[in-house]
Structure formats: structure tokens, C-alpha cells
Design a protein around this ligand. Structure first.
Ligand code: SF4
Length: 259
């Protein structure tokens, strides 16, 4: 397991690596870039092709302290290429370690829903979907149907359009802008980024700040916790994550954040 710079979690756990792109938010997938860069090495022997790492399955059992774990940050738990029996083993471990909080994020909510109907998710498992644009907002309707005792969350990263959605029945929203070296290209930056580059400084775009502000205001009106992870840029967090003079890093278990 690895420590991570992803602000809303503590560690990543990757019993599976590799994935297949499904929507516009995947276009510059960091997992794909990383796996292809180190393809053939120990961590990514098959590049971004589906690879099981059974030796990693029991790693969480060594963690004594309560913490948040992002599951399959280098894949998607509900990708159909992953054998169901292997996914079952992952859930066996999650259920056997209730002192740990698992965060599962998917762009394949129908498969998540179907799995939950067979095996309801326990309280220590938070389930989320990525909604990077209005075009895929119907993922939220599926998430609301998922059978779970834990929190439901949304990752609006990389945010590629304004979002006007129904936030009811959800607990937590994370926002963030695209990041990566491809943003050095001004055309890509103009079409996908929440930031601008001027005089070697990366700063939030005047025309994109209202997108994040609107998500914050609408989600908080529905009593979700709000976490603005980053504005994005050539490297993670280079433009920070301040919005309207403060840092928004709420979690769904914070009662004050849900008022
Ligand atoms: S679903 Fe996630 S891991 Fe898979 S290609 Fe898309 S962004 Fe990458």
C-alpha cells in the first residue's frame, strides 16, 4: 500500500491495475500515463492492461490504525474485465477490517449497483461515482440506487463543464480541475482546465470559478459535505484549492459540514 498525495484519502490499495477508458474524463487518465511510463517494471508488468496482484490482497490487514483507503486508484473495481471471484476477495478483506474506511470510485455505476444487489456494501465502504460533466450526470441516479450502509460520494474531477444536478440522497462531493503535463498545450488548457497560465503562474480561471462555486452552493443546500481538492495545473495542486478566501476540505462524517 502506498501513501498518496490525493488529499481526500490516506493510502491507496491496488490489488488490480489497468483499466479501459470509458468517458471524456478518462482522456488524460493519470493511471494510464503512469502505468504506460513504467510498463514492464515490477509495479506495471503489463502496462495498463488488466493485471491482478493477489499478493496485495491482504495488505490492509496489517493496518492497525483507523484510516481512509482509496481502493484501486490505478483501475476501476467494477470494470468487467476483473474476475468477479477476485472482486469478492477484495470485499472479503474490506468487510474483515471494519476499522478501516474504504473509498471506491467508479465510472461504471451500473456494475456497482448490480454488485451491491448481490452483496450490500457495509458501513466502512464509501461508494462514489465520477461525474466530470453534465453529459454523465445520470451516473448519480444509479448511485442513489446502490445498496449500501456507507456514504455515497461524487468526484467532479476533472471538471469539464458546469454541473446542474440533483444532489439529494448523496453525502459528499469532491471537486477538482484537470492536471498534468498536457496542460502546457494552450489549446488543451483552454478546452479542459480550470486554471490559466500567465507569467509562469497557474491561477484559477475567472470563467471557471463560478462552476465550482455553484457546485458548492447547490450541494451544501442539499446538506452534502464539500471538498475542493485542487484547481489543477501542470502538477497537482500548483494553483492550490482556495475558494472564496477559504479551504473547503469537509468530510461526510462532519456534522457541522452537513448543516
Ligand atoms: S475509469 Fe478511471 S482508471 Fe479507468 S481509464 Fe478512466 S480515469 Fe483511468
Amino acid at each position: 500500500m502506498n501513501k498518496t498525495g490525493i488529499k481526500w484519502t490516506d493510502k491507496t490499495w491496488n490489488p488490480v491495475t489497468g483499466c479501459q477508458k470509458v468517458s471524456e474524463g478518462c482522456k488524460y487518465c493519470y493511471a494510464s500515463t503512469l502505468a504506460e511510463r513504467f510498463s514492464g517494471g515490477k509495479a506495471y508488468p503489463n502496462g495498463f492492461a488488466m493485471t491482478l496482484h493477489p499478493e496485495r490482497l491482504n495488505q490492509p490487514k496489517n493496518l492497525v490504525k483507523s484510516q481512509r483507503i482509496f481502493v484501486n486508484s490505478m483501475s476501476d473495481v467494477f470494470w468487467s474485465a476483473i474476475p468477479r471471484s477476485f472482486v469478492d476477495q477484495m470485499f472479503d478483506v474490506m468487510e474483515a477490517t471494519p476499522h478501516l474506511t474504504y473509498q471506491i470510485l467508479t465510472k461504471r455505476p451500473e456494475a456497482m449497483l448490480s454488485y451491491s444487489r448481490r452483496r450490500r456494501f457495509t458501513k466502512n465502504i464509501w461508494v462514489g461515482v465520477t461525474v466530470e460533466s453534465q453529459a454523465v450526470a445520470d451516473r448519480l441516479d444509479v448511485l442513489r440506487e446502490v445498496q449500501t450502509d456507507g456514504y455515497r460520494f461524487v468526484s467532479a474531477e476533472p471538471l469539464l463543464s458546469p454541473l446542474a444536478v440533483d444532489w439529494s440522497g448523496l453525502d459528499w462531493v469532491i471537486t477538482g480541475g484537470e492536471s498534468g503535463e498536457h496542460l502546457m498545450d494552450a489549446t488543451i488548457r483552454q478546452s479542459r482546465a480550470l486554471v490559466t497560465l500567465a507569467n509562469c503562474r497557474w491561477t484559477p480561471r475567472i470563467d471557471r470559478i463560478p462552476w465550482i462555486r455553484a457546485i458548492r452552493d447547490a450541494s451544501k443546500a442539499s446538506k452534502l459535505a464539500f471538498f475542493h481538492k485542487q484547481w489543477g495545473g501542470v502538477i497537482n495542486n500548483i494553483a492550490g484549492n482556495e475558494l472564496d478566501g477559504r479551504i473547503w476540505e469537509e468530510y461526510p462524517y462532519d456534522a457541522m459540514a452537513r448543516m
